[in-house]
Design a protein around this ligand. Structure first.
Ligand code: NAD
Ligand code: UD1
Length: 336
């Protein structure tokens, strides 16, 4: 079975390609290298011993997509390609709406023309908005998003539902990720954000490796056990496996729109993550308490029971694994 993976050289895409290849799927990647490097392709081969066909194209370029579909008999598509930086989306909203929406609409149009109707989409817990409760359940539906990035995810979920309502031959899975961190245990692939990171684990890595001086912990006066923000961190390899489970589901169960939270179900605070990182890796992470970051919620985590019930999927890796694998990747790639 041939799977087209858009954004397949990125952080989550590359780990998912590895899992797909290890489950004997044939993979075709399309990525424009906006936020990834070509050497990830070799690293995927090193890990799996398998070849992956690669197209360096922009998913917003419909002609390029048409060519890919013409040259390959694609069965299903997993769509990771998109921009993901919340802060940047506030300063460059048009860029975000253009890339995230156009890539998806083009892709769906070309799929429809080629009668390929199995689709998996990377959504985010951010679509829940601020629902006034910490445990997020799929049935709660979409809330008011707080930034253009989140709005693109919410809009695409709506587009996918409308598409299915217009043609119920589509088999669509919407996966709402919580906070993906960690890296492949080989240390070959992981997340390498450009510049100064915004997200917690990439920032911890820069401080632990002495590339940045100190981590600002954004607030210690939240109504959480230690006062710092609580999130549901998920190891990227568990997340990648969730895609293989979702793919099996849409292929087996046939038409429908299947929405799943992919998280561990467990909340971890900023200080718990920092302390665990220091303990398992034996390194110091200098931190100081800073003001709250505007827009942050105190606490949220997934109710992952629907994914367990319907996909037979749950997270296997611990916060210790996430910290160890993130650091291992950092140490291996510090000079790249
Ligand atoms: P990433 O930036 O590492 O990967 C995205 C990949 O898509 C990159 O390789 C980039 O070069 C490529 N890309 C972007 N626009 C493209 C285009 N128009 N055409 C072709 N390639 C394009 O991001 P990631 O963390 O792997 O995230 C993957 C998906 O999951 C994104 O859609 C993101 O919004 C979503 N998501 C990520 C997180 C997270 O915390 N990482 C959380 C929730 C949802
Ligand atoms: C962010 C995105 C969200 C996305 C998610 C996926 C924002 C506002 N939201 O969520 O849309 O789906 O990533 O990973 O960016 N923290 C610090 N110091 C730091 C960085 C973070 O204390 O330098 C704290 C935050 O206040 C928060 C926690 O760490 O409590 C996690 O933050 P982060 O990694 O940025 O993720 P989210 O904000 O949860």
């Amino acid at each position: 079975m041939k799977i087209l993976v858009t954004g397949g050289l990125g952080f989550i895409g590359s780990h998912t390609v590895v899992e797909l290849l290890e489950n004997n799927y044939e993979v075709i990647i399309v990525d424009n290298l906006y936020n990834s490097k070509i050497d990830v392709l070799d690293k995927i081969k090193k890990i799996t011993g398998k070849e992956t066909k690669f197209y360096q194209d922009d998913v917003c370029n419909k002609m390029a997509l048409e060519k890919i579909f013409k040259e390959n008999k694609i069965d299903s598509v997993i769509h990771f390609a998109g921009y993901k930086a919340v802060g940047e989306s506030c300063s460059k909203p048009l860029m975000y709406y253009h890339n995230n929406l156009m890539s998806t609409i083009n892709l769906l149009e070309v799929m429809k023309e080629n009668n390929v109707k199995n689709f998996i989409f990377s959504s985010s817990a951010t679509i829940y908005g601020n629902p006034g409760t910490s445990k997020y359940v799929e049935e709660m539906g979409r809330g008011k998003t707080t930034n253009p990035y989140g709005t693109t995810k919410s809009m695409i979920e709506q587009i996918l539902e409308d598409l299915y309502n217009s043609d119920n031959e589509w088999s669509i899975s919407i996966l709402r990720y919580f906070n993906p961190i960690g890296a492949h245990s080989s240390g070959l692939i992981g997340e390498s954000p450009n510049g100064i990171p915004n997200n917690l684990m990439p920032y911890i890595l820069k401080v632990a490796s002495k590339q940045l001086e100190v981590l600002n912990v954004f607030g210690n006066d939240y109504p959480t056990p230690d006062g710092t923000g609580v999130r549901d961190y998920i190891h990227v390899v568990d997340l990648a496996k969730g895609h293989v489970s979702a793919l099996n589901k849409i292929v087996k169960s046939g038409a429908g729109v299947y929405v799943y939270n992919l998280g561990s179900g467990k909340g971890v605070s900023v200080l718990e993550l920092v302390n665990t990182f220091e303990r398992v890796n034996g390194v110091k992470v200098n931190y100081r308490i800073a003001d709250r970051r505007p827009g942050d919620l105190a606490e949220y985590y997934a109710d992952p029971s629907k994914a367990l019930k319907e996909l037979g999927w749950k997270t296997e890796k611990t916060v210790e694994d996430m910290c160890r694998d993130s650091w291992n990747f950092m140490k291996n790639n510090i000079n790249e």
